[in-house]
Design a protein around this ligand. Structure first.
Ligand code: CA
Ligand code: CA
Length: 150
């Protein structure tokens, strides 16, 4: 990561992650976002909730937004879903997904881990919240990574 000049992810990695989000959202009305927290925070578990709200992720029609949060300073990682999806997934879905991502992170594969996680969440969302067609299904939340160049 030391070779990168700006941002946690390089331009190429960012493109791959955004493409994974776009691909996932073609199959679901759900919305996926990635946030990179570059500054030191006191309590990451509180910060992730703040970020979720700051990005208006609680305002999707079906309450089916999912946020991937990476805390650079404290090496934290969270995936949180809004009420709509939380009510429908098994209790261990988030942890299982987190495990897949973190397994990659441990070997330094940050981008691969995120892409795998996005695919896994996208798969689940496509079953629970199928895509509603070009006319009805809008891109409610930006697909860009937030905070990457913090
Ligand atoms: Ca959508
Ligand atoms: Ca989106």
């Amino acid at each position: 990561m030391s070779e990168q000049t700006s941002g946690f992810f390089s331009k190429e990695e960012t493109d791959e992650i955004v493409n994974a989000i776009v691909a996932a959202e073609k199959r679901t009305s759900g919305e996926i976002r990635v946030h990179i927290e570059q500054t030191k925070v006191e309590d990451a578990s509180k910060r992730v909730v703040q970020v979720f709200e700051a990005l208006n992720m609680h305002e999707t029609k079906l309450r089916n937004g999912v946020l991937f949060y990476i805390g650079v300073e404290d090496h934290s990682f969270f995936i949180i879903g809004d009420k709509g999806i939380n009510d429908l997934v098994d209790g261990d879905f988030w942890n299982k997904t987190k495990d897949v991502v973190i397994d990659h992170f441990k070997s330094g594969q940050m981008k691969e881990g995120l892409v795998k996680g996005i695919e896994k969440v996208g798969e689940k969302l496509s079953v629970l919240f199928p895509f509603q067609g070009e006319e009805n299904d809008t891109d409610e939340l930006s697909n860009e990574i937030s905070g990457n160049n913090g």
